[in-house]
Ligand binder design. Sequence first.
Ligand code: COA
Length: 194
Amino acid sequence: MNVQPTLATARLLLRPMTFADAPEVQRLAGEYAIAANALDIPYPYPPGAAEAWIAGHEEGFLLGEIAVFGVVLAGEDRLIGAIGLMHIDRRHQRGELGYWIGKPYWNRGYATEAASAIIAYGFAGLGLNRIYATHFIRNPASGRVLEKCGLVCEGRLRQHVKKWEVFEDVAIYGIVREDYRARGGAPDQRFRRT
Ligand SMILES: CC(C)(COP(=O)(O)OP(=O)(O)OC[C@H]1O[C@@H](n2cnc3c(N)ncnc32)[C@H](O)[C@@H]1OP(=O)(O)O)[C@@H](O)C(=O)NCCC(=O)NCCS
């Protein structure tokens, strides 16, 4: 059976989430600054929503549709965020990168470190050819994370999404396998399985 791995980076472990993570997901993702910048996170964050979200991860992984990881500080097993590949499309061998990091942990390079590992896993572990991501135009920090991970801005999709009853423009970023290799991305060197 295909088991979701745990990935290790210099400072982080990216591991499958469990129901024990739910209270911290609710606390961190429930902050307005997270919900406002992530398409599908509600505000206020309802009780039970974290458990319902986590409950779908294993089946989604086994179906080959998603690979969602909790981002934890190595050594402490303290959850600081979530990251993963969504909308995995086997026919086109592509997936959409998404993430959030709890506000107390911002601007320490954690999103970049985690995303780099997930990109390596997407190419090497899942055999993807393309990884893409979008962010609200009003959220440049996310664009910076993507740039630091080697994704290229491919354009602006006008009013592509509706967040809290407002149509919003998003920037779309992508990286393809050949670009990743060309920039020295030796997939197996950016993460290791524990
Ligand atoms: C976006 C997010 C994941 C970044 O996490 P993080 O761990 O702070 O990211 P990093 O520390 O790896 O990198 C952040 C970068 O953005 C930059 N940045 C921060 N605020 C910024 C702003 N207002 N404008 C431009 N750049 C900004 C930082 O300076 C840093 O770049 P640098 O290393 O060149 O200085 C985090 O802010 C978050 O979870 N936001 C809410 C949810 C969200 O936006 N998810 C993504 C949806 S697409």
